[in-house]
Ligand binder design. Structure first.
Ligand code: COI
Length: 361
């Protein structure tokens, strides 16, 4: 288990906590924010003192570069509470590396490790009452970096803000989803920003997803931009396909997000002796496996959803219902349980993935 003690930032707590008035039975993912947030400004080539402040609006003008040119990226992380009220973060080293890869690709400065780690620990520590305990519950953490300079010249900004907000979270999708394999739209292009958690990647996914929803699907399976023959991701998730008891997932590339949940699933599957192949998944091979009866399950993984099974997929004008597996027979369910047990301190942390957030503030 990992520990981290530094709590060096300026802390200004709110005198008006909203926690006691919060209705834990009536909220949905991403619609409620905790009492505090972390912010840290970047100007004149350096990051200033980070601060923990009461959560609330910050004012900017419409000339801010993030909204004009999309210089913005984020991370998705979670804090989990166990039955003793101990709180844990999960694999934050991976999120730290990734936010810097994202921000560098978008022409933004790296965030120092002390600011990223201390920001997370301080926010979770001060708002520990907002971390729910129970099945499927967690505190979703959203670190982000965006360009705050007022400037319309199309060049990298010189002023940025790093911020972290936190939001109590429950199950993202409660049921298996129907997905459409895209034969036109793609999420990312070679040489582009698909590997980054660039805010614009998500904006670009909204219209195709809406169009798929108009056809009765929940989500899209993105295919590669050059040929649309290879499966890449699904919605905001990495994707796993189980054929003949082997797991396939597309290899990491500049078009695929290096998902923390993806990596954790691969590690846990291998530990169980499940064969995992990180290789291209061709739509044609998927259809052949379906026709041949060897396609067993498909699911998406991500921090927000953990794992979400697909009940069917559509390609061109045809729909393909997938087998309904019991929890015991589904690799998605099995691996999800193993992962959540590690995250919530219900099982041994064999890989050193948990970070205890000790009470300091
Ligand atoms: C996450 O799983 O953290 C994501 O980034 C999905 C988010 C867009 C809700």
């Amino acid at each position: 288990m990992n520990r981290f003690y530094f709590r060096g930032m300026n802390i200004k707590k709110t005198p008006n906590s909203r926690l006691s008035g919060f209705d834990w039975d009536n909220f949905s993912f991403g619609d409620t924010f905790t009492d505090h947030m972390v912010i840290c400004e970047y100007e004149n080539g350096e990051w200033k003192e980070p601060q923990l402040l009461p959560y609330g609006p910050i004012s900017f003008t419409p000339a801010m570069m993030a909204v004009n040119y999309g210089q913005a990226c984020f991370e998705g992380m979670k804090a989990y509470k166990d039955k003793n009220d101990d709180i844990f973060l999960f694999r934050i080293d991976k999120n730290y590396d990734r936010i810097n890869k994202s921000s560098q690709r978008l022409g933004m400065p790296k965030i120092p490790k002390e600011i990223f780690y201390d920001g997370l620990y301080t926010l979770v520590d001060v708002d520990r009452g907002w971390v729910p305990y129970g099945e499927g519950l967690s505190l979703y953490l959203r670190p982000l970096i965006f360009a705050t300079e007022e400037m319309l010249k199309a060049r990298p900004a010189e002023k940025f803000l790093f911020a972290i907000v936190a939001s109590p979270a429950k199950v993202y999708y409660s049921d298996p989803v129907a997905v459409k394999i895209s034969d036109y739209y793609s999420r990312a292009a070679s040489g582009g920003v698909g590997f980054a958690k660039a805010a614009g990647n998500y904006a670009a996914s909204f219209l195709p997803t809406y169009l798929a929803q108009e056809e009765g699907y929940d989500q899209i399976i993105w295919t590669d931009d050059a040929t649309h023959e290879k499966i890449e991701e699904s919605g905001t998730m990495n994707v796993f396909v189980r054929i003949h008891d082997t797991l396939f997932t597309p290899p990491i590339s500049d078009r695929i997000l290096d998902g923390v949940t993806r990596d954790s699933f691969i590690t846990l599957a291998k530990r169980r002796g499940i064969a995992v192949r990180e290789e291209n998944i061709y739509v044609n091979d998927l259809l052949k496996a379906y026709e041949g009866g060897t396609l067993q399950e498909i699911w998406g993984v991500g921090t927000a959803v953990v794992a979400n099974s697909f009940k069917s997929f559509g390609y061109k004008d045809k729909r393909y219902p997938l087998p309904v597996l019991s929890e015991a027979d589904s690799y998605a369910s099995l691996l999800k349980k193993e992962l959540v047990d590690i995250q919530t301190n219900l099982s041994e942390d064999a890989f050193g993935w948990r970070y205890l957030v000790e009470k300091k503030c």
